[in-house]
Design a protein around this ligand. Structure first.
Ligand SMILES: [Zn+2]
Length: 174
């Protein structure tokens, strides 16, 4: 795919943050816009801080993908009411019909497991959570809503053993 210009997406300054990805035409749920590719990186969750790179995508417990320089995945801005999501086959797809010219947004909580990672959000949507953290670090109703578009492989990576470890981390570093 020629990037930043393709028949589906293009890059331009965003009102959310820096550069953003925008729809080049009307997009339908189910179509793959682009795939998550890159180098697999292992980094332990340690010392109450997040060591991950700013554009890494979680694919497992302490495992990420670091996208290459030309990847559209580097330019996806966050929204608490996203219009695209990462699927289990590592394809990014619309969650609803997207209009030509709309910015594509991803809920970062749905692509993160690091218990120490968080980000302040001012997306301004009615569902804004203000502090964005991994999907499992919210109350049940909120976590469930985010889980609806969180890849199954991340939900599986958060098995009981890792949940216990995560709780220990959080108590140790509270
Ligand atoms: Zn928000």
């Amino acid at each position: 795919m020629a990037f930043p210009q393709s028949d589906t997406i293009f890059l331009r300054p965003s009102t959310v943050h820096g550069q953003g990805l925008f729809a080049q035409r009307a997009l339908e749920p189910g179509e793959v816009l682009f795939d998550l590719t890159g180098t697999i990186v292992w980094a332990p969750f340690i010392d109450g801080k997040s060591d991950e790179g700013p554009n890494w995508y979680a694919i497992g417990w302490e495992l990420w993908v670091s996208p290459p320089a030309a990847s559209p995945a580097l330019y996806l801005n966050h929204s608490c009411t996203p219009n695209i999501a990462l699927h289990d086959d590592l394809g990014f797809r619309p969650l609803r019909p997207i209009e030509n010219g709309e910015e594509l947004t991803l809920d970062y909580s749905s692509v993160e497991l690091d218990p120490f990672w968080q980000m302040t959000c001012a997306c301004g949507t009615s569902a804004c959570r203000q502090t964005v953290r991994p999907f499992y670090q919210y109350d049940d109703a909120t976590a469930q809503a985010i889980t609806a578009y969180t890849p199954q492989f991340l939900q599986s990576a958060l098995g009981q053993g890792n949940q216990d470890r995560m709780q220990t981390f959080l108590k140790t570093h509270a």
